[in-house]
Design a protein around this ligand. Structure first.
Ligand code: NFE
Length: 460
């Protein structure tokens, strides 16, 4: 087992780990430990940047390129969310080939990102060393590192290469635009992508079942930790190329599951609280009408640069588990075991989807339907990033952006408390986590990592 290397500062019964390692961005976790278990928790997102302020006054057509720079990990999602918001503002629908290209780009990003989480970020928390190397736990980190280098990283590189075939480059592909895509597929591109996908599949088919076996062998331990609220939100992703606006035909469905009840997504029920965030209270509200955030670092009671999105007032978890559960492809339950297993299952499902979308590309099909930006309009782009539900809301006045709101998945997961006092999903999931040695809160860190947080996205 890899030891935690992040500084753990103990004060009385509390310990703060800042920054948490093996996640993206800067997240600090403070927990209070009573009688050997976590009794209270605070998650703080650090390093605010202010993309929503940068966008005001810009040409709306710049938004996909600017917002894609929010993060280099989920490099497709923000561009595609932004494009979907602009298309929504015009009721524009791209042609089937463009939908397939977008699905391939996002799908490859899912597989890339899930491999990173499973083997590199979360993996060292578990006994995957022994699993993939045949050696016992902690016995040979060099061997595990060599498997990362010779198997996992090459598969991730191939995911990037497939994305580059259709997207021009990675990260931050260039070829999707409002109205569709800029580059028609060629027979060389298709055959190149197929060969690369076959190699990724062979790695996935060898190593991912090993992870599933490991999870099932340790199910009782891993299922007991990190449960949280068990509320899920999914905007859905991977449309059917020939019926792209029909969310019931998405590979991963749109929907919510709150307090034991499933329902259709009602976007109007999404509201952000900033009571415990370093912004003015007026910076919160419904994303369609929120003002760009006004910072108030040091605000009494506040402890994070992340806002607190809630659905009908309820905290919801976003991510592979939420998508798979809402889609009826996984039981509606949450824990360390469930988050990791749903992510592995989703990687296998999406890889199969990418293979299908590449096979369905047509050489003669259009990739673009003429699009002109509206002078005055509003639009919402809902999509899924590897880490969960991602939404962009745009307001255009006199051909310029007058307001732009970004709500990435880690805002759902790593949010601080809200105006009703509900903890964020990560905070809630930490409650009850066994912590025998307060100076080494390894179980609590496993719980945080199980959400695969990306704080760069959340503090956009
Ligand atoms: Ni920065 Fe991202 C994903 C998005 S997480 S990695 O996946 O959107 O908030």
């Amino acid at each position: 087992m890899v030891q935690i290397v992040a500084p753990a500062a103990v004060v009385g019964s509390t310990v703060t780990v800042d920054p948490i390692t093996r996640i993206e961005g800067h997240l600090s976790m403070k927990i209070d430990v009573q009688n050997g278990v976590v009794s209270n928790a605070w998650a703080s997102g650090l390093l605010y940047r202010g993309f929503e302020r940068i966008l005001v006054g810009r040409d709306p057509m710049d938004a996909p390129t600017i917002t894609s720079r929010i993060c280099g990990v989920c490099h497709s999602t923000h561009r595609l969310c932004s494009i979907r918001a602009l298309e929504n503002a015009r009721n524009a629908t791209p042609p089937p080939n463009a939908i397939r290209i977008r699905n391939i780009l996002e799908g490859m990003n899912f597989v890339y990102s899930h491999l990173a989480h499973i083997f590199l970020l979360a993996g060292p928390d578990y006994d995957l060393y022994g699993l993939v190397s045949g050696l016992s736990q902690g016995q040979n980190i060099d061997k595990y590192n060599s498997i990362l280098k010779t198997v996992v990283f090459p598969a991730q590189r191939l995911c990037h290469e497939v994305s580059a075939v259709f997207g021009g480059k990675v990260p931050h592909h260039m070829t999707t635009v409002p109205g569709g895509a800029s580059n028609p597929p060629t027979s060389t591109a298709i055959s190149t992508a197929k060969a690369k996908i076959a190699t990724i599949k062979s790695t996935a088919n060898t190593y991912l079942p090993m992870v599933l076996s490991y999870l099932d062998a340790n199910k009782s331990t891993l299922s007991a930790v990190g449960k949280g609220y068990g509320n899920f939100v999914s905007y859905g992703v991977f449309p059917d190329a020939n019926d792209p606006n029909n969310t019931s035909k998405f590979l991963l469905k749109r929907g919510v599951y709150v307090n034991g009840a499933s329902s259709m997504l009602d976007v109007a029920k999404i509201v952000e609280s900033t009571k415990y965030s370093w912004y003015t209270d007026a910076s919160g509200g419904a994303p369609a009408s929120e003002s760009p955030p006004t910072d108030r670092y040091g605000k009494a009671g506040a402890y994070s640069w992340i806002k607190s999105p809630r659905y009908g007032g309820q905290p919801c978890e976003a991510g592979p588990l939420a998508r798979m559960a809402v889609s009826g492809l996984y039981p509606k339950q949450a824990s360390l075991y469930d988050r990791l297993k749903a992510r592995v299952n989703e990687a296998i499902l999406v890889l199969g989807g990418v293979e299908k979308w590449v096979n369905e590309l047509t050489l003669s099909g259009a990739v673009y339907t003429a699009y002109t930006k509206p002078a005055n309009a509003t639009g919402v782009g809902l999509w899924e990033a590897p880490r969960g539900a991602n939404g962009h809301w745009v307001r255009i006045v006199n051909s310029k952006i007058s307001g732009y709101q970004i709500l990435p998945p880690t805002n759902w997961n790593a949010s601080p408390r809200d105006s009703s006092g509900f903890m964020g999903p990560i905070e809630k999931s930490l409650i009850g986590t066994p912590t025998a040695d307060i100076a080494k809160p390894t179980n609590a860190l496993k719980v945080v990592r199980s959400f695969d947080p990306c704080v760069a996205c959340a503090v956009h």
